[in-house]
Design a protein around this ligand. Structure first.
Ligand SMILES: [Zn+2]
Ligand SMILES: [Zn+2]
Length: 236
């Protein structure tokens, strides 16, 4: 979630989104756009609940929902299954496929500029997101789910912070396909030249050893390494 005075952008939507926004001190009515990087459940299953809650909160303004072109139809089907698509009285859902890659920004909202790059998540089309805050120049890149890949290095080049997935430790390499280890996240951060790496998307089996995962990344990256924390604000 990226929040500025002009509004907020939610990137991926897990469970209980409105409740989580509230606990994080963000007014859900300020939402200016939702981005769904891919249609694995942990990234998209909260979308129907989010829209239902926004309707109950009295939203009337249209809501852009950006995704890969391949995912427009699957998301439309999910929303239709929950009777949220073309529902009478529903605010407009501007579901739009974007082809990730260099070129025009996918979105501009106040000082926030979102650009994207395709990543490498096996057979699942997916993309990484970069948010620049203009004119200050603060910038954050979110890898979404991916194997280590050059396009994320390029997207994160010169950014302040890289939020990179680190699903598992290097010792279990091969356990999960199309994901990254903490070691690989550290290597990507080093090559991108970011100041700070935030490790995210750590598989539940490893939640008791997150500090060891951070240490693994630090062996390859000399910058700041942190573990992502839910509902904690990070000033841009
Ligand atoms: Zn995924
Ligand atoms: Zn995931």
């Amino acid at each position: 979630m990226f929040v500025v005075a002009e509004g907020a952008v939610l990137v991926d939507c897990g469970g209980s989104p409105v409740q989580k926004l509230r606990r994080a001190g963000v007014d859900a009515r300020a939402l200016g756009c939702v981005v769904i990087t891919h249609v694995h459940p942990d990234h998209a299953y909260g979308l129907p609940a989010l829209l239902q809650n926004l309707l109950l909160l009295g939203r009337t303004e249209p809501l852009p929902i950006l995704c890969r072109p391949e995912h427009v139809e699957p998301l439309r089907s999910v929303l239709a299954a929950f009777q949220l698509w073309e529902r009478p009285g529903m605010f407009a859902l501007l579901l739009r496929g974007i082809e990730p890659g260099p070129g025009a920004p996918a979105l501009e909202l106040g000082p926030l500029v979102l650009t994207t790059a395709p990543n490498a998540h096996g057979s699942m089309p997916n993309f990484a997101v970069r948010v620049d805050v203009r004119p200050r120049g603060a910038s954050v890149v979110y890898s979404s789910d991916t194997e280590p890949c050059e396009s994320v290095v390029a997207l994160a080049h010169g950014a302040d912070t890289l939020i990179h997935e680190a699903t598992f430790p290097a010792r279990d390499r091969g356990r999960f396909g199309a994901h990254s280890t903490a070691e690989e996240a550290g290597m990507i951060a080093a090559r991108a030249g970011v100041r700070r790496l935030i490790l995210a998307h750590i598989e539940a089996d490893y939640h008791a050893e997150v500090e060891a995962l951070a240490a693994e990344a630090r062996r390859h990256f000399g910058g700041v390494v942190e573990i992502a924390q839910e509902l904690v604000p990070y000033p841009l």
